[in-house]
Design a binder for this molecule. Structure first.
Ligand code: FAD
Length: 315
């Protein structure tokens, strides 16, 4: 994991309009453009094509239509309709029925009740069609409200719905048993957002320690847990723990991001693990892309090289 300072730096850049303009100009326009390493495309058709390739390689998928922090109910309504269209397109295509979404994309910043209504509109189309919907976890400002909305919907009987917990946050030590008591499905991540030291571990060593502890808790008492990490030492720990406890490989899964550590993706599949790839797509790819840069310095070098190549070639 890249340091906290660089996460902060990339979050700052993500909010910089001239950079966004430059990136949008060069990032996705050609097959080899730099953002395509991490983003499957701007359209649903491109995401479905990527999903078919991934499924052909023995992995499962979850689709994420990029977008977050929408500022009006009209925008949230549009995002909701787009998700409903994606549900239809996924059914028609025959790929796995699994979607990840962010509550701020459905209007959480504008009005909580409308956000819940929008989520229910998506769920009421997706659930009868056999979809599983995962609520991604955003910055800590949204942790409690995301869990509350999740619990409300769980109470209303929506069971094909899962949540994400971030090991970097201290509060996850309590949130994990809270979600486990429901018997709900958890995706465990280290955490992609810059958080202050009053609420979150700052050192990689401490985040890893929390992640390792929580992997064991989820393995022992979770319902179909998902370990979403590219960290081979965490994969090894999970596999070892499962081996010791006799937990079959179909009782949990590893999740990795599209375009990240494809070597590990293949290795895990070859070793008999269940692997799901998170496939982001859509026009609003810039904040997601910046979070991926913030996680690894080498990504920045390859992006800069690619921009310079394209400019030099006058494309
Ligand atoms: C399927 C999935 C869903 C996620 N959903 C959420 C979510 O809802 N909320 C949230 O806060 N976070 C989410 N994340 C992001 C997560 O919190 C981390 O920020 C991210 O996965 C990097 O941490 P890591 O666990 O891979 O381990 P790290 O210790 O950061 O990295 C381990 C190794 O992975 C490789 N690596 C990690 N990141 C990259 C990268 N960007 N590019 C290239 N190589 C890389 C490097 O080889 C690195 O040494 C998700 C991650 C995955 C895989």
């Amino acid at each position: 994991m890249f340091g906290t300072a660089s996460k902060a730096f990339f979050h700052l850049l993500a909010g910089t309009p001239p950079l966004k303009k430059l990136a949008s100009r060069y990032g996705m326009r050609r097959r080899a453009s730099f953002a395509r390493r991490f983003i499957a495309g701007e359209t649903t058709a491109e995401a479905i094509a990527a999903a078919k390739t991934i499924e052909g390689a023995g992995m499962q998928i979850t689709l994420d239509h990029l977008g977050e922090s929408l500022g009006s109910l009209a925008q949230a309504d549009t995002a909701t309709r787009e998700y409903i269209d994606i549900v239809k397109a996924v059914v028609d295509s025959g790929i796995g029925r699994n979607i990840s979404l962010k509550l701020t994309q459905l209007g959480l910043d504008v009005d909580k009740a409308s956000c819940v209504d929008n989520l229910r509109r998506v769920l009421d189309k997706a659930t009868p069609a056999g979809f599983f919907i995962r609520l991604d976890m955003e910055g800590s400002k949204y942790t409690e409200v995301t869990l509350e909305i999740f619990e409300t919907l769980w109470g209303l009987g929506y069971r094909e719905l899962g949540v994400v917990l971030q090991s970097a946050l201290y509060r996850t030590e309590e949130d994990l048993p809270r979600i486990l008591r429901l018997g709900a499905r958890v995706r465990l991540v280290k955490g992609a957002y810059k958080e202050p030291k009053t609420i979150a571990h700052q050192e990689k060593h401490d985040v890893d320690g929390a992640y390792a502890r929580q992997v064991k808790i989820l393995m022992a008492s979770g319902n179909d847990p998902a370990f979403a990490t590219h960290d081979p030492s965490m994969h090894a720990l999970a596999l070892q723990f499962a081996g010791e406890r006799g937990i079959a490989s179909d009782k949990y899964e590893f999740q990795l991001l599209y375009g990240v550590r494809r070597d590990l993706q293949r290795q895990l599949v070859a070793g008999g693990s269940r692997v799901r790839i998170y496939i982001p797509f859509g026009r609003e790819w810039f904040p997601y892309f910046m979070r991926r840069l913030g996680e690894r310095p080498a990504n920045v070098r390859s992006v800069v090289a690619s921009i310079l190549d394209e400019r030099a070639a006058g494309r």
